[in-house]
Design a protein. Sequence first.
Length: 343
Amino acid sequence: MQHVRKGRSERARAARMYLLVVPVMVVLVLSVAFVPHLLQPPPNTRDLLSLSDHVVTLRTLPGTVVRMPVLGFGTAALSDPQASLRCALDAGFKLLDTAAEHAVWYRNEKAVGELLSTHPSAGAVFVTTKLHPEDHGSEAAAAAIDQSLSNLGGHIDLLLIHAPRCHPGFCEKEPHGTWEESWLVMEQYARKGLISAIGVSNFGVGELEQLLELATVPVSVVQNWFDPFHQDRAVRALCAEHRIHYQAYSTLGTQWWAKGFKKANPVLTDHSLVTWAGQRGVSVAQLVLRWALQEGVSVVPRSNSCEHIEQNAGVLSLAAMHLSTQEVHGIRAMDGRYDSKLR
């Protein structure tokens, strides 16, 4: 009997060890399989800081060459649009990113047009604007594009669909048509030469796949939310596969407030980012913008502060601030940290 009990005890211990070891082994296998993948950028990604002139050539209609700066100034939520826009141009920004005059958080498309009509550097400035989702549909889209052309002096460098549909707080009325109808109208304006390039914003993988089936004019740009904790890997991979340039908004973390994040801006206060920035003698914003550009993502940071605008404009000239492989991998590993806040 004693030998029987001893045998049972040994088998029980072996079973417990098996239950402990197997999950650990599974985690290790999954880590080996997936972590290196997570630390790699999408294929065909190019370090935008390696471009001597810091512009990308967009894929658009044959015979049309469209060159877009990799660093632009975003104009959402400006308290004094004219002052901030003038600071941006004086600081050297060559791209202004605005939206339809009635767009929530913007309302400065006219201000952009007015400033460009008088500023000495206006001829070298690339202008992006957006078609509001409440203007979806053939007739509404055409009328909205005509208004934007009027506001911006008769030509638009890049027009984006701002969002595929309305969501609470973004529209004052429901659209009479679809984003697909709007896209076809945008194609007509591109073929007329009134718009140099067209693209979309706030599109997910499914919507982008639908667009690729529909489009007869190349999709030049996708502009989505992208920051260290929200790296939009699936959309970036699809863009890379189809030679669509990926551009980021809210790279410095402001989107987390819009998503209900109640604490301090998680990007600008992250311990690792603060430490790395401090070691280099730069701001966290400059560090993060440099990281995005190294990842092949162009950026359009916004600010109401002339000091911050000048700092952001200077990231391209910080030649000694090329992030190390360790730093790049460290930031890539931050992706998804706050995903639970989005549920």
